[in-house]
Design a protein around this ligand. Structure first.
Ligand code: ZN
Length: 690
């Protein structure tokens, strides 16, 4: 799920709290302590390392014993608060799906028939085994018959529109960021399989190991479908060379963060002259796109390079590449030799030791593909409406507090402040689950056809996505399913969204004191709000339009503060000599810093915030910062850590914990942090943005 996620194309532009690439889970999960609520220690000293000095390493001080006592389960690549909640949700989904799939006689096309039968098809290992690679034989045959360049391009479009994969480049319908009520066809860069262009272009030992594992994966799948050893090895080189050419043409992730640079509007006829070998008047109808004369292209140079590559590469090589797209797109849904090869490759990237049990993978797959059907049962069973009421109150408190902070900013002019406040007031807030559910109308799920179900789901998604062309943007839609342990800000909708899954301890608990809830979910709310004003989000105005509303002077002052944050994070290493990329993670780091500041200021308005009464040995301020650290407690495998540095816009958890607090005076006071302590920053070096 992590590597070849074409679904992400639709979610592009959403700024999430955490990159939730948790591999799915199994037997060795830690038990939730069975204590009655009023005795529960929300900040439990047993999880801390009292031998560490808070001013030297706050993450270790707050989480040291927890990390030591909770090794990463073999089926995980990292483990912490997010992972534990995700595991609990997986168990809940599994129990829902087991019930539903065993209840006979659900009317065809009903919610329960579809989620139950999708799950049943996913755990039916006997049927999956028996079919071998039959489900993709028609695709392999179709590709084998291609005999010219038009055939190559048409097949690429076919694979995209039929849920097989996304060869050559990515495309889909999304908001026009300069006219956010309008849907438009977006052309993205693509063509590769490894998670980042650096996986092709770098030459260090770690990268070489990944490349070798990837080629081995290609060889294995070709051999499994009847190709000779020699030809399979040759195919691996051909595919790797083609994908490396795509990687070279791609912009880096840092460059892709620039919303203006990646906004390139073309008349279709002008795009045609840039790409003479792609006949758009024929291709657009194949893409089910009608009546569009204007498109958006994130990286025009990529398309120019792709066009040249199409012309210079032999058709036979393209057939190999397209065959590979079929193989890799389906491997995990085929019989065990394919599935094992797919896992072997993914574990080379992530360090995951064993695969999660099939029933857990199937439960998460239903959540990932029919999330708003399964989510209806989930929220009915597990979401308390009172949680929504509490959240609404908390969001309002934080909104008000952020407004006061904006008004009080020393570096911003009154003119820009007024616009910032207007944007803040215009935030849409979504909590728990959608008001209007996606019902996946017309999507058929067959209990006996797992591979076919996955195809039909992807195909349905594609068709739904392109059906939005010509219609106004539907702002009721959600980018995450209700059980998701995450949150996001959408700049083009100017909305903050909190799925039901994150409204649980350690983020939130009805019985916890305010310090715990403000340090946890309060900081998450503040984080998402700050995304509206981070280096990307600040470029969108109150109605979500990509339009500059800043005075030049204020923008310069913002940038110089943001540069300080870039420099702070560039200094951190994660594994070996691999450094955090301060530019890639800037938006998230700004959101963490701003979120913690606004949550702290809002907490100080509560009764507990005014008091000095200790609970379980900690003052209210100490509990606030310890709660923040508890949310981020986590450890990860070195392979996953190295990969995330390339692809994840979030900093590693220990720095998400430690870096923002060093900029907040109250933390120094709460833990008596003094010059000489390792994390100490002189007051003039503490960065204040929001
Ligand atoms: Zn974020």
């Amino acid at each position: 799920m992590m590597m070849f996620n074409t679904k992400n194309f639709m979610l592009m532009g959403l700024l999430c709290l955490s990159a939730g690439a948790f591999a799915q889970n199994g037997k060795d999960k830690p038990k939730t302590p069975n204590v009655s609520l009023n005795l529960k220690k929300y900040i439990d000293p047993a999880n801390m390392d009292p031998s560490a000095k808070p001013g030297d390493d706050f993450f270790e001080y707050a989480n040291g014993a927890w990390v030591k006592n909770n090794p990463i389960p073999a089926k995980e690549t990292r483990w912490g608060s997010f992972g534990i909640l995700h595991q609990e949700n997986t168990d809940r989904l599994k129990s829902i799906l087991t019930d539903v799939s065993k209840t006979p006689g659900q009317p065809k096309g009903s919610l329960k028939q579809r989620v139950g039968d999708l799950y049943a098809s996913g755990i039916d290992s006997v049927a999956i085994e028996k079919r071998g690679y039959d489900p993709i034989k028609p695709d392999l045959e179709r590709v084998s018959k291609i005999n010219n360049l038009d055939g190559v391009v048409n097949e690429a479009i076919y694979e995209r529109t039929h849920g097989i994969g996304s060869p050559l480049f990515g495309f889909g319908v999304g908001q026009d960021s300069k006219h956010p009520t309008v849907n438009i066809l977006n052309f993205g860069q693509g063509g590769t399989s490894l998670p980042d262009r650096d996986n092709y272009l770098k030459n260090d030992e770690r990268t070489k190991k990944i490349q070798a594992a990837y080629k081995n994966y290609i060889v294995t799948l070709f051999k499994l479908t009847g190709t000779s050893d020699a030809d399979a090895a040759k195919n691996a080189e051909t595919i790797f060379n083609i994908e490396t050419a795509f990687a070279k043409a791609q912009l880096s992730r840092v460059a892709m963060r620039d919303p203006n640079k990646t906004y390139n509007k073309f008349a279709v006829k002008d795009f045609q002259s840039l790409t003479p070998h792609l006949k758009w008047d024929e291709l657009l109808p194949l893409m089910e796109v009608k009546g569009q004369d204007t498109i958006l292209v994130s990286n025009p140079a990529f398309y120019k390079a792709t066009d040249a590559l199409l012309a210079s590469t032999p058709v036979d090589d393209w057939k190999t590449y397209l065959t590979w797209n079929v193989l890799k797109g389906s491997a995990s849904s085929l019989s065990s030799p394919f599935e094992k090869a797919s896992f072997a490759f993914s574990s080379a990237l992530s360090g995951q030791k064993v695969q999660a049990p099939r029933d857990e993978r199937a439960a998460n797959l239903v959540d990932g593909s029919l999330g708003e059907l399964l989510g209806q049962i989930y929220v009915e069973k597990y979401f308390k409406p009172a949680a929504k009421e509490y959240m609404v109150k908390l969001v309002n408190n934080l909104k008000e507090t952020l407004g006061e902070r904006i008004q009080g900013l020393s570096w911003m002019s009154a003119e820009t402040k007024a616009r910032a406040l207007k944007k803040l007031a215009a935030f849409t807030v979504k909590i728990g689950y959608p008001d209007k559910w996606q019902n996946y109308d017309g999507l058929e799920i067959d209990r006996n056809d797992y591979a076919g179900n996955l195809r039909r789901i992807s195909e349905w998604r594609y068709n739904y996505n392109v059906s939005q062309l010509g219609k106004p943007v539907d702002k009721t839609r959600w980018g995450m399913s209700p059980p998701t342990v995450n949150a996001y800000y959408s700049p083009t909708n100017n909305e903050i969204v909190f799925p039901a899954g994150i409204l649980q301890f350690p983020f939130f608990d009805f019985n916890a004191d305010d310090a715990v809830n403000y340090g946890g979910i309060g900081s998450v709310i503040g984080h998402e709000m700050t995304h509206g004003f981070d280096d990307q989000g600040r470029q969108y105005d109150a109605d979500g339009t990509l339009r500059d509303w800043w005075t030049k002077d204020d923008a310069d002052k913002f940038k110089s503060r943001a540069d300080q944050v870039v420099n702070q994070y560039n200094k951190f290493t994660v594994v070996d000599t691999i450094h955090v990329n301060g530019k890639l993670t800037l938006g998230e780091n700004l959101a963490d810093l701003g979120g913690l500041n606004v949550a702290y200021a809002a907490f100080k308005k509560t009764k507990e915030g005014h008091s000095n009464q200790k609970i379980d040995g900690f003052t209210p301020d100490q509990r606030f910062f310890l709660s923040w650290a508890q949310v981020w407690r986590s450890s990860q495998r070195p392979e996953a850590a190295a990969q995330r540095i390339l692809t994840d816009p979030h900093s590693p958890e220990q720095y998400r914990t430690n870096a923002p607090i060093t900029n907040i005076d109250a933390w120094y006071k709460a833990f008596n942090v003094k010059p000489g302590d390792k994390m100490y920053k002189k007051p003039e070096d503490r960065t204040k943005v929001w």
